[in-house]
Design a protein around this ligand. Structure first.
Ligand code: GTP
Length: 229
């Protein structure tokens, strides 16, 4: 196989906005065209690691909860319009004591998936604080997506879907509910991010802009009945 790798670098312009640059280089191990860094953020136990494992391995990490220590990452290549997009996904520790470690990684991320747990009101209430941190530490043009996770736990729901939608609208970010347990909308979340980043990186002036909100609305699944909506 003639393996090739294209690394994606984010060169900053003088006014702080980022400019995407594609660089080709050889690799014998992986085959991809562009690589992007994505970070998972949110309070401890909202399901960041489980969402990542569901996307990467198609499995659910049930059983005892083991909190992430510091930061970890996994790669997955997805195809967008015949372009192989490698997502390097950073799984951060939600616990407060690791916050200074994760801050150091914000700057490198092109996309952030911000999670709360639909069965935990505090995790939802903290989303505003997370968005303030993102504003303070992340790139100005970072792609942000809000995810209300654990949508399978309908009977334990305490955060209405419409409250998630309202908050996302206020901040102008796409939103959907996910479940790492059933897998609902997990792949879609990462695919939408990959599409958005790929389009930003390769878009020609005469090409129509990719509409991430419209794409998600047309593709997302709802969790079905029961509980608050
Ligand atoms: N029912 C259900 N349980 C979930 C889901 N996602 C995660 N969990 C459970 O929630 C707990 C916490 O999940 P993690 O993925 O470890 O949470 P985290 O956000 O990575 O936590 P930190 O590493 O501390 O930041 C575990 O017991 C998971 O099994 C889900 O979608 N549905």
């Amino acid at each position: 196989m003639s393996a090739r790798k294209t690394s994606f670098t984010d060169k900053r312009t003088k006014n702080g906005t980022s400019k995407y640059v594609l660089e080709r280089c050889a690799s014998v191990n992986e085959y991809y065209d562009i690589v992007f860094k994505v970070m998972l953020l949110g309070d401890s136990s909202v399901g960041k690691t489980c969402v990542l494992v569901r996307f990467k391995d198609g499995a659910f990490l049930g059983g005892n909860f083991i909190a992430t220590v510091g930061i970890d990452f996994r790669n997955k290549v997805v195809e967008v319009d015949n372009v192989k997009v490698k997502l390097q996904i950073w799984d951060t520790a939600g616990q407060e004591r690791f916050r200074s470690v994760t801050h150091a990684y914000y700057r490198d991320a092109q996309a952030l998936l911000l999670l709360y747990d639909i069965t935990s009101k505090p995790s939802f209430d903290n989303i505003r604080a997370w968005l303030t941190e993102i504003h303070d530490y992340a790139q100005k043009d970072v792609v942000i997506m809000l995810l209300g996770n654990k949508s399978d736990l309908a009977a334990e729901r305490v955060v209405k879907k419409e409250d998630g939608e309202k908050l996302a609208k206020e901040y102008g970010v796409p939103f959907m509910e996910t479940s790492a347990k059933t897998g609902i909308n997990v792949e879609l979340a990462f695919l939408a991010i990959a599409k958005e980043l790929k389009h930003r990186a390769t878009q020609q002036p005469n090409e129509p802009k990719f509409q991430i909100h419209d794409y998600i609305e047309s593709q997302k699944q709802t969790s079905g009945c029961c509980g608050l909506k």
